[in-house]
Design a protein around this ligand. Sequence first.
Ligand SMILES: [Zn+2]
Length: 125
Amino acid sequence: MTCYHEIICPKCGGNNIAKLGLSAHGAQCYCCRHPDCPTQTFMRNYRYRAYEPGIKAQVVEMAINSSGTRDTARVLKINKNTVISTLKKIASTLVQVNPLYLKDAGKPREVRLEPACQKAELNEQ
Ligand SMILES: [Zn+2]
């Protein structure tokens, strides 16, 4: 009886995979032979969690959802410097949420406060 473990490309999901030698730490490397696949090499198990596919996308997603650098590093179990360098690399591609508000940030503004309830309700309290 022959048993095998099917290896699938993490980017395209194809199974046209070839072995590509060993890494410096002895882990098997693979390459995807699909002509349109952007993946050149990958491994089944990574030594550092930050190299796993999808971790960088999670860093960006958590930053968009207002997670801090240390919070992201703690949840994803990667180094905070990896989080910072990932965010610096994609900083030019991000669009600010409200650029008009940030454009006028230094100018003084008129602020008015209005009561949230009626006078009768205020007297009762
Ligand atoms: Zn592929």
